[in-house]
Ligand binder design. Structure first.
Ligand code: IPD
Ligand code: CA
Length: 276
């Protein structure tokens, strides 16, 4: 990992996440009405299913971030939710989610974020997640701890299931959701309560900040989890799949180490990562 300045990568990621967040806020403010009706009809396209929407703001924000990355670091690889996919030669790959929580954005609910992460030789090294409504920037680089608006944050020390507040999320396809709901049916009675905010990147940052105890979800994309995972991990959480590997589209679980073990055992017992 020599030759790459991780602080410089984090500075770039943070600046672009905030700039893109300001852009999507401007675009939202220019819409008619204050709720979802401003973003219906011709403004909305769909992706994997009719409820998986993409707005002009998703595309404009991704373009802003990609343009910024290309001008600062033209030889890096980039993968973005709205279609950016290019190879690089430096070992650095950027993972970009221009609006994580697009459904909330459409409905003018506050829980959406811009997520910009970078891996070096396949290892996550930098993450920046910006929540425009709260003007909150979460950031971390490998070995440097995690911050919220520049102040250090830590996950909770929760070590039992019964009083653990757990965030989760659901995919866009009906059979995936059915499996996730079946798992939840068994988890809810075992924990304090469940939260579904609607942005995986934010869920992971809330674990980092100790505002929920843990988070799990099946079926995330690499851009959903990249930045949030290193932020949670640098805040002291264990972050992984259910089989000893790194967080992945198969499964993402984040929690303080003792709670991680308890949740992993519970979820493995429910075959949570083996369902559709
Ligand atoms: C979605 C959000 C949501 C999670 C879904 C993701 P998007 O991302 O992170 O919380 O449950 O799995 O796909 O589509 O809003 O960028
Ligand atoms: Ca996303």
């Amino acid at each position: 990992m020599t030759g790459v300045d991780l602080d410089a990568l984090l500075h770039l990621a943070s600046g672009l996440a905030v700039e893109a967040g300001e852009l999507i806020e401007e675009m939202r403010a220019s819409l008619e009405g204050s709720t979802g009706q401003g973003l219906t009809g011709g403004d909305l396209e769909t992706k994997s299913s009719v409820v998986d929407v993409v707005t002009p703001a998703d595309k404009a924000a991704e373009k802003l971030i990609i343009d910024g990355l290309e001008s600062a670091r033209p030889d890096d690889a980039i993968l973005g939710e709205e279609g950016s996919d290019r190879l690089g030669t430096t070992g650095v790959r950027w993972l970009v989610d221009p609006i994580d929580g697009t459904t909330n954005y459409v409905y003018d609910l506050p829980a959406y974020t811009v997520s910009v992460g970078a891996e070096l030789d396949g290892v996550m090294v930098v993450g920046a997640v910006y929540e425009p409504k709260g003007n909150t920037l979460y950031a971390a680089r490998l070995g440097g701890g995690a911050t919220r608006n520049g102040q250090p944050i830590r996950c909770t020390g929760k070590a039992d299931l019964e009083t653990a507040l757990i965030a989760t999320g659901f995919g866009y396809l009906a059979d995936r959701r059915q499996g996730q709901a079946e798992v939840l049916l068994e988890v809810i009675p075992a924990v304090r309560d469940i939260r579904r905010f609607g942005s995986a990147a934010l869920d992971l940052c809330l674990v980092a900040a100790g505002q929920v105890d843990g988070y799990f979800e099946r079926g995330l994309n690499p851009w959903d989890l990249a930045a949030g995972a290193i932020i949670a991990s640098e805040a002291g959480a264990s972050v992984g799949d259910l089989r000893g590997g790194p967080p992945s589209p198969d499964y993402t679980l984040a929690a303080p180490p003792p709670l991680f073990e308890l949740l992993r055992d519970l979820l493995v017992g429910l075959d949570a990562d083996q369902r559709p």
